[in-house]
Design a protein around this ligand. Structure first.
Ligand code: NAD
Ligand code: UGA
Length: 458
């Protein structure tokens, strides 16, 4: 069969894999190849055990793999054949040199740009799918046109807004697809070509276009606003704990104002994930570069409150358990940064585990999907930590349970039985407010939710 278009995606990660699987599924007329420098990752995409856990993804990949979706390590060949190239490589926070700890590390992205330039022999549309600092497209254009090889490149920005755990649903029915382009005839033509791809399944009114810089910036701002809401409610949770107000009741009252809405107001142990912190710090760095220190300080506060929330959780545990955790056995319910994913990048579980080990507690960690990543994340402090798949087994013999991830399964456990197997007094610290606190208290637990008065027997 001849395909209408050859699409390539460079970077077979959490974004590249699922987003290309969705295009392949909705557009059988296009051939889509996803390439990566990591042969293990590509082998996993070609196997029965995909490299990432995402509800509904297995089914889609099985349907389209080998039909019009291919995973490969042959990057150069892929570039040569492609009409459209999505760049979906990682853009982590820089760990060295100028901007260390703040700016985006663009080395992976730059290497990709150089490689595209070196091997391309026909015109291509290059689509930034990775999250990048505003004005990166300009750098991309400069790199691509730095040698006069006669090949035309049009750069577009098409940031991805999917969230992990709901990735398939988000990709299938996105709130919006954003495409930023240069406002030249060529830029607009390239933009229209990308619009046509999404229009195969996304209603036209949800495909929005803008100038390229607005598009790049909108992605950073979307993540900053989402994270800001969480830090706002988490900041209020600390005040609730001091005043006997209940953060769930406050969030409900505030969220019923339709101007605000009720989403992203769940107080928690703090946000995690590979992007919120990195993207806000990137925004902060950009603001400072442009001399906007007040604006930078404002956004930095979102990350500061998040760190404070995680530390507060530990200090609350310490205070509740008679100011010593040394030798106490603490069971972490969940290690993933959120439910329905095995991803643990920047999970609050990592810093909580490290702090608890610092306090000389013994840890038992359970999670339905994230244990392999948890073992890797804690490899340097692994001694004294057990990893147990079954939550009831994990909690047996422990002094406390700390709920870190909001997996549904934790709310339906038989806590009466769990209580009987635990050391007394038994504690529950519900970092996600997902459990029935009254009933746990009646069973005998001392219960410490987030942003609500604790229920204790002493
Ligand atoms: P990831 O680390 O899971 O995947 C990136 C992949 O790119 C890796 O497999 C890596 O080996 C590969 N890679 C790096 N350099 C390469 C090169 N030169 N050639 C070929 N492959 C290369 O990252 P991710 O979570 O998929 O995120 C990718 C981008 O998308 C980031 O900018 C991120 O901010 C953004 N984003 C992520 C999410 C998410 O849910 N994870 C959502 C929206 C946007
Ligand atoms: C987030 C955004 O929601 C996506 O739109 C964006 O594309 C993505 O980042 C990205 O750029 O990587 P993700 O991090 O996968 O998606 O998951 P979220 O659902 O946003 O959750 C992030 C963190 O916030 C999790 O730790 C979650 O538990 C926490 N959270 C979320 C709360 O603590 N309270 C809430 O009310 C909501």
């Amino acid at each position: 069969m001849t395909f209408q278009k050859n699409i390539l995606c460079i970077g077979a990660g959490y974004v590249g894999g699922p987003s290309m699987a969705m295009i392949a599924c909705k557009c059988p007329q296009y051939q889509i190849t996803v390439v990566d420098i990591d042969p293990k990752r590509i082998a996993a995409w070609n196997s029965d055990t995909l490299p990432i856990y995402e509800p509904g993804l297995d089914e889609i990949v099985k349907e389209v793999r080998g039909r019009n979706l291919f995973f490969s390590t042959q990057i150069e060949q892929g570039i040569q054949k492609a009409d459209i190239i999505f760049v979906s490589v990682n853009t982590p926070t820089k760990t060295f040199g100028a901007g260390a700890g703040m700016a985006a590390d663009l080395q992976y992205w730059e290497r990709t740009a150089l490689q595209i330039r070196e091997v391309s022999q026909s015109p291509k549309i290059i689509v930034e799918k990775s999250t990048l600092p505003v004005k990166t497209a300009l750098a991309m254009e400069r790199i691509l046109t730095a040698t006069d090889n006669g090949v035309r490149f049009d750069v577009l920005s098409n940031p991805e807004f999917m969230a992990e755990g709901t990735g398939v649903r988000d990709l299938e029915s996105p709130d919006r697809v954003l495409i930023g382009s240069r406002e030249t005839p060529e830029g607009l033509r390239a933009r229209d070509e990308l619009v046509e791809i999404y229009a195969n399944w996304v209603p036209r009114e949800r495909i929005i276009t803008s100038n390229i810089w607005s598009s790049e910036l909108s992605k950073l701002v979307s993540n900053a606003f989402l994270a800001q809401r969480i830090s706002s409610i988490n900041a209020i949770s600390s005040l609730c704990e001091r005043t006997d107000a209940d953060v769930t009741e406050v969030a409900r009252a505030v969220g019923m104002d339709h101007r605000l809405g009720d989403k992203f107001l769940n107080a928690s142990i703090g946000f995690g994930g590979s992007c919120f912190k990195k993207d806000i710090l990137n925004l902060v760095y950009l603001c400072r570069q442009y001399g906007l220190d007040e604006v930078a300080d404002y956004w930095e506060g979102v990350v500061r409150i998040n760190d404070y929330q995680k530390e507060r959780f530990i200090l609350n545990m310490l205070g509740a358990m008679f100011n010593t955790l040394a030798g106490k056995r603490i069971c972490l319910f969940g290690f993933a940064f959120k439910a329905d994913t095995g991803d643990t990048r920047e999970s609050p579980a990592i810093s909580v585990s490290r702090r608890l080990v610092e306090e000389r507690a013994e840890l038992v960690i359970t999670d339905p999907q994230a244990l392999p990543n948890a073992e890797r994340d804690l490899a340097d402090i692994r001694e004294g930590i057990s990893f147990v798949e079954d939550p009831c087994e994990a909690a047996a013999g422990c002094d406390a349970i700390a709920v870190i991830t909001e997996w549904d399964l934790y709310a339906s456990l038989e806590f009466k039985k769990i209580y009987e197997t635990m050391r007394k007094p038994a504690f529950i610290f519900d970092g996600r407010n997902i459990l029935d606190h009254e009933s746990l208290f009646r069973i005998g637990f001392n219960v410490f939710p987030i942003g609500k008065p604790p229920l204790t027997h002493f």
